[in-house]
Design a protein around this ligand. Structure first.
Ligand code: C5P
Ligand code: MG
Length: 153
């Protein structure tokens, strides 16, 4: 088996869309990012890539490339899953944490887990999500961390 770890951070600003795990979350603040800023998908994507030592998001999709501007982060995850597949691995489990002061994500946990499970081709009980505030230390930050367990195809 293989294990991979990934993380991501984005600064938050007014008037940006907040999307986590592919789910749009009503919020006054959203990530400033070259892509859609889905930090959860970015962390999971890097975890999958790291598990098979296939680089990271930036090495696959440079944020200097115009075609990656505003890009749907599901593309990044699909590319990572394909990199894993050609190396003979599939994702068996993901565990992730999102750090965000506001809004509360608990009410969106089921929706985010279902969407993420769908993208990963996993049953929902293989996608664990926890949410944390920064306790006011970083009210304008969005952070995500993830580990992925991969098994041979
Ligand atoms: O960070 P803290 O320990 O104070 O978070 C308490 C609980 O609030 C978390 O365990 C989580 O269930 C919830 N939470 C949330 N949405 C956030 C941050 C925390 O639902 N953005
Ligand atoms: Mg990111």
């Amino acid at each position: 088996m293989r294990i991979g770890y990934g993380e991501d951070a984005h600064r938050l600003a007014p008037g940006r869309r907040l999307v986590l795990g592919g789910v749009a979350i009503p919020s006054e603040l959203g990530p400033v990012a070259h892509s859609d800023g889905d930090a959860l998908l970015h962390a999971v994507t890097d975890a999958v890539l790291s598990a098979v030592a296939a680089g990271d998001i930036g090495s696959l999709f440079p944020d200097t490339a115009p075609e990656n501007a505003g890009r749907d982060s599901r593309d990044f995850l699909r590319a990572a899953l394909e990199r894993a597949r050609v190396r003979g691995y599939r994702v068996a489990q993901v565990s992730a944490t999102v750090v965000l002061d506001r809004p509360r994500l608990g009410p969106h946990r089921a929706a985010i887990a279902a969407r993420l499970a769908g993208l990963l081709g996993l049953p929902e009980d293989r996608v664990g999500l926890s949410f944390k505030t920064s306790e006011g230390l970083a009210p304008d930050h969005l952070q995500a961390r993830a580990v992925a367990l991969l098994l041979p195809l």
